[in-house]
Design a protein around this ligand. Structure first.
Ligand SMILES: NC(=O)c1ccc[n+]([C@@H]2O[C@H](COP(=O)([O-])OP(=O)(O)OC[C@H]3O[C@@H](n4cnc5c(N)ncnc54)[C@H](O)[C@@H]3O)[C@@H](O)[C@H]2O)c1
Length: 277
């Protein structure tokens, strides 16, 4: 028996959202993109205009939730979008896929969303994003003692971060790689919100935001976004090294994050074989 195609609403039409939309439009994801929304309406209109499926352009998140029979909303916008819209999306009985995972390190918000999942019988999808190994981290989480992620990026991909309002670092004058930040994931997502969603998903999968340690390295010679994860515990040790091509649309975002989002969505929409833990 053929299942009805899942109907997707997209929030955020930037680097990630646009590629997800194209993947649905080209049939790589077995779903229908029915509505797109962006705080900048022209971005949503421009994207909708490029797609064969010609999705509706919503004027607001409420319009997206009320006007269309969307059953899964993909957030590819910002942490603020998660804080502002996630509750309402779940309360309207829609599944939700979140890319701006950093927002979920707010424990109160995360607990509230989890309780809405049960109450409304809906699902929350958190893609692995720009890293690897979340399956293994999840499997050993009760045995984990230490987790550290070291993220190396070109200064250009870091320069807008709120961190630089509080700390003086001459990014433009850097001649070689420099560790500019050490701290835990809870603080790191506040100081580098657009760069450390990977630390957030690692925390949620593993030992939490207070115990997951983050180092940020600015490297003027970096051509890739590099994430190195080291985890230790009674199970042994895990080391993952990921060297990512930046997305052409946004140097802060790794191309792997986009591919991971598309794969997560394919899984949510196909429900056939589930590979991996
Ligand atoms: N999970 C991961 O591994 C991972 C990796 C990279 C990026 N991200 C996150 O995913 C999100 C999207 O990334 P991107 O590279 O596509 O960013 P982008 O800047 O290219 O696009 C974001 C789009 O969302 C829109 N937007 C922002 N806030 C909004 C709001 N409140 N309501 C409606 N629209 C809003 C913007 O206008 C923009 O068009 C970011 O929060 C980013 O930090 C996650």
């Amino acid at each position: 028996m053929n299942r009805r195609k899942r109907r997707i609403g997209l929030v955020g039409c930037g680097a990630i959202g646009s590629e997800i939309a194209v993947a649905i439009d080209s049939g790589r994801v077995n779903a229908e993109l029915v509505t797109v929304y962006d705080a900048y309406r022209e971005r949503a209109s421009a994207l909708a205009g490029r797609l064969k499926s010609a999705p509706a352009v919503a004027e607001s998140i409420d319009a997206l939730l009320l006007a269309s029979d969307v059953d899964l909303v993909v957030e590819a916008a910002s942490q603020q979008a998660v804080r502002d819209y996630a509750r309402s999306i779940l309360e309207h009985g829609k599944d939700l896929m979140v890319m701006s995972v950093g927002a979920l390190l707010d424990d109160a918000l995360y607990a509230e969303l989890c309780s809405l999942l049960e109450r409304h019988g809906v699902r929350l999808y958190l893609p692995t994003g720009a890293i690897a190994g979340i399956d293994a981290i999840r499997s050993v989480r009760h045995l984990l003692k230490e987790v550290t992620i070291t993220t190396t990026k070109h200064p250009r991909a870091l320069e807008d971060a709120p961190f630089f309002r509080e700390h003086r670092v001459n990014l433009k004058g850097l001649k070689r790689a420099k560790v500019i930040y050490r701290g835990n994931a809870r603080e790191a997502v506040r100081l580098f919100p657009a760069n450390v969603n990977v630390a957030a998903i690692l925390s949620i999968a593993g030992i939490g935001a207070d115990r997951t340690m983050v180092r940020i390295v600015a490297d003027p010679r970096a051509r890739r976004n590099i994430h190195e994860i080291d985890a230790r515990g009674e199970f042994g040790e895990l080391h993952f090294s990921i060297s990512n091509v930046p997305s052409p649309g946004n140097p802060k975002t790794s191309y792997l994050a986009i591919l991971s989002a598309i794969e997560c969505l394919r899984r949510a929409c196909d429900g056939m074989v589930s590979i991996g833990t």
